[in-house]
Design a protein around this ligand. Structure first.
Ligand code: SAH
Length: 453
């Protein structure tokens, strides 16, 4: 049987993809289906059919999986903001644990490595401390929302479910101010117009707010005046920045920035230390769960005063500075220069003198440290989704630490890297998932590796 586009089929969902899409098989041919859970019988229309798989859209559902939960706003599923919001939270947590188990089996060939229960949030909503919201003209009005997945159609959204409600409100306030000043929305198709994104960060504990207006061109008519009105209507705002991004690109921020009002950073607190955060620096979006994650990572390392610690992919220094007082020395490395400036300032303001920071690629700096005779006893890594570079793995093994603590935001590259470390004599002990991204398919975890004796 060949599956044809626009034909309807009645199927039973038999699996979930790693993105949380339901999977149905018709004579072995997989179709991915939004808003569909295992054991649900559905009539779907094939909306896209490729050589090896296709996509279906639910036309009718005949029964509900007991773990189904009412979806508050279907656009939140369609846009990818909250793709798991049709699953109960318990089910989401199990789904994430199983995903790690699956890749440990299939990619790492480590079926027996224990994966603990995912640590979730009491209230798994409203947690994001950062929003990056595209702006478009819809029916002649400046509109904020989110793109439908794989498209550039803006779905107007006012309640994002997973963002700090104060940020949701601020987006609307900024949108209305821009509209009042007749600021033109960016037009993606022909790379014209002006305002591309509204980016907002809010300190979870400090409540300091940064508003970044991403514009296509530099000249911002009444920009400072607009920033002053924003500050007046949103008293938490301590920083308004114009970021200029002239390129036709999906990358949100450009390189050039101007301060329209206030500071260039906001402050926040994490595990009792205060941090300054710049517009371009990475900062975990779920502060409450990041504290859980880092505390586990630190406990797993079981540190003492003789330890020399490497904090690779350190961002603004949060992991290393949280543990610096327990150890002899911390060496941090990070590729974004602004983040390293933040890390150095953060060490200083927390009175920490035993931490050094370097800008550069971890895979370049790690071998250099070895040549300089630095002998870490514990290496923390927290890489982006693509995981660790082979050169980094080799250099970290050559440095001969007793322990490696691997914080991962991508189970597939984690599994690949655990396998590589195993061949070098580092054995993973267990994996602890921590839910940093409720209602989404993102899976964060921490793994302890120890040198085999
Ligand atoms: N540990 C930090 C940041 C983790 S995110 C925290 O928890 O806040 C991953 C970081 O790795 C980002 O800050 C990113 O800029 C940085 N990065 C990406 N590629 C890198 C590389 N090759 N070498 C060093 N840092 C890199």
């Amino acid at each position: 049987m060949t599956i044809e586009k626009n034909q309807t089929y009645t199927v039973t969902i038999d699996d979930l993809s790693y993105e949380g899409l339901g999977v149905a098989h018709i004579e072995g041919f997989p179709l991915f289906v939004e808003n569909a859970l295992p054991d649900e019988k559905v009539t779907i229309k094939a909306v896209k059919v490729g050589k090896k798989f296709g996509y279906g859209k639910v036309m009718e559902r005949f029964n509900d999986n007991p773990e189904r939960q009412e979806v508050k706003d279907l656009d939140l599923l369609r846009s990818g903001i909250a793709p798991l919001s049709h699953m109960t939270y318990d089910y989401q947590l199990r789904f994430k644990q199983e995903q790690i188990q699956n890749v440990l089996k299939s990619i790492a060939k480590m079926p027996d490595l224990p994966v603990e229960t995912t640590l979730g949030m009491k209230d798994p909503f409203g947690y994001r401390n950062k929003a990056q919201i595209p702006v478009q003209k819809v029916e002649n009005k400046l509109t904020t929302g989110f793109y439908r997945k794989n498209s550039h159609t803006l779905l107007p959204i006012e309640n994002y479910l997973i963002q700090d409600p104060a940020i949701d409100q601020a987006i609307l306030t900024v949108r209305d101010i821009l509209q009042r000043f007749n600021v033109k929305a960016y037009n993606e198709r022909d790379n014209t117009g002006f305002i591309r994104h509204i980016v907002i960060r809010r300190g979870h504990y400090s409540h300091e707010m940064m508003v970044i207006l991403v514009t296509r061109t530099e000249r911002f008519f009444k920009g400072v005046e607009i920033a002053e009105v924003i500050k007046k209507e949103l008293p938490e705002v301590v920083s308004v920045i114009q970021n200029i991004n002239p390129e036709k690109t999906n990358v949100i921020m450009g390189r050039e920035e101007k301060v329209l009002l206030g500071k260039t950073t906001i402050d926040d607190t994490l595990l009792g230390k205060t941090y300054r955060i710049s517009s371009q620096s990475f900062y975990q979006v779920n502060t409450e769960q990041t504290e859980v994650l880092y505390q586990i990572a630190i406990d797993l390392a079981d540190l003492n005063k003789e330890d020399i610690v490497v904090d690779a992919y350190c961002g603004i220094g949060t992991i290393g500075l949280s543990l610096a007082e327990k150890v002899k020395h911390v060496y941090g490395v990070e590729i974004v220069p602004q983040a390293i400036e933040d890390a150095k300032a953060n060490a200083k303001r927390n009175g920490i003198e035993n931490a050094n920071y370097e800008v550069g690629k971890a895979e370049k700096i790690m071998p250099r440290w070895a040549r300089e005779g630095i002998e870490p006893s514990v290496v923390f890594v927290d890489p982006p989704r693509k995981g660790l570079d082979e050169k980094f793995i080799e250099a970290s093994v050559a440095a001969n630490p007793e322990k490696i603590v691997y914080i991962s935001c991508n189970p597939a590259t984690l599994a690949r890297d655990l396998k590589r470390y195993e061949t070098f004599g580092y054995q993973a002990v267990n994996v602890q998932p921590v839910d940093l991204f409720p209602q989404t398919h993102h899976v964060e975890s921490v793994t302890l590796l120890v040198k085999a004796v």
